[in-house]
Design a protein around this ligand. Structure first.
Ligand SMILES: NC(=O)c1ccc[n+]([C@@H]2O[C@H](COP(=O)([O-])OP(=O)(O)OC[C@H]3O[C@@H](n4cnc5c(N)ncnc54)[C@H](OP(=O)(O)O)[C@@H]3O)[C@@H](O)[C@H]2O)c1
Length: 249
């Protein structure tokens, strides 16, 4: 065991994340999960994440979106958090445009029920070049699917539920290979079990309490997935851990 000594100050907190090589294998996506937890692993307070997120976490959360081709979120998080389209600072948008990307990545919402507010900001305020994507399955209610097609791009990836293999194959074919998954815990658990999460950026906030909801929810008996620690950053009392999944191959 070793003490971790404080290292040099990082001027741009995004820089250590931007330096990571996220080139995926041919036809695959690189999936980064970005989550925040309290010291007890809690992932929400009163059904929302806001109280868990410290100022430096809020800043990094916004900045991480700069690196993504698409931001993937489970429908319950979109409903609870009132998600809108992704917006970046002018400076971050300019960096993307200079790299040939859209000013901001589109939001992609995973839902079977399609119980979504089609008049909400997530759909109504999306820029034409970054229309919100609805990821669903063939068994989704037909009238809602028709409505989704009016206000969003729709990807059907599976019959009874969204199949991660199918979803990421489609995203990769669209050139949206760097995927930032912002949760929620149910979606994250599914993606980890399916072997599709490559990287976990986990913020540890200096507090306890909140809802009995861990950062990832797994079906009973799910196998363990191993991760290796790649870096640790800190600001005030907030810790930022970056892990990558251990791969056999
Ligand atoms: N701490 C953090 O970093 C963090 C991050 C995000 C969210 N949160 C919190 O987490 C809570 C919400 O998370 P959650 O785990 O309950 O839900 P979630 O993962 O956000 O969303 C679950 C929903 O996603 C859809 N879904 C997931 N997998 C699917 C599949 N394979 N096929 C089709 N649809 C699928 C379903 O939507 P339908 O019901 O529409 O079919 C399902 O009900 C909120 O309290 C939020 O504040 C915390």
């Amino acid at each position: 065991m070793r003490f971790l000594e404080l290292g040099t100050e990082v001027e741009d907190a995004l820089a250590p994340y931007a330096a990571v090589d996220r080139t995926p294998a041919e036809g695959r996506c690189w999936v980064t999960a970005h989550m925040v937890a309290g010291l007890d692993g809690c992932a929400a307070v009163g059904g929302r994440v806001g109280a868990l997120s410290t100022a430096p976490d809020k800043a990094l959360f916004a900045d991480m979106r700069t690196l993504a081709d698409v931001v993937l979120v489970g429908a319950r998080t979109v409903r609870e958090e009132g998600y809108g389209p992704i917006r970046l600072s002018e400076e971050r948008s300019a960096t993307r445009v200079a790299r040939g990307l859209t000013p901001a990545p589109p939001l992609a919402v995973v839902s079977r029920s399609l119980d979504l507010d089609w008049d909400s900001r997530a759909f109504a305020d999306a820029a034409p070049e970054s229309r919100t994507i609805v990821v669903t399955c063939a068994d989704a209610p037909a009238p809602r699917l028709a409505r989704a097609r009016e206000v969003a791009e729709v990807l059907v990836a599976g019959e009874e539920s969204v199949q991660p293999d199918d979803l990421f194959r489609q995203l990769a074919a669209r050139g949206q290979q760097r995927v930032l998954c912002e949760g929620g815990p149910s979606l994250l658990g599914e993606l980890v079990v399916a072997g599709h999460v490559d990287e976990l950026c986990l913020t540890i906030s200096p507090m306890m309490g909140g809802d009995p909801l861990p950062v990832a929810v797994f079906p009973p008996g799910a196998p363990l997935t191993g991760f290796s620690l790649r870096h640790v950053l800190g600001e005030d009392d907030t810790l930022f851990l970056r892990y990558e999944v251990d791969r056999d191959d």
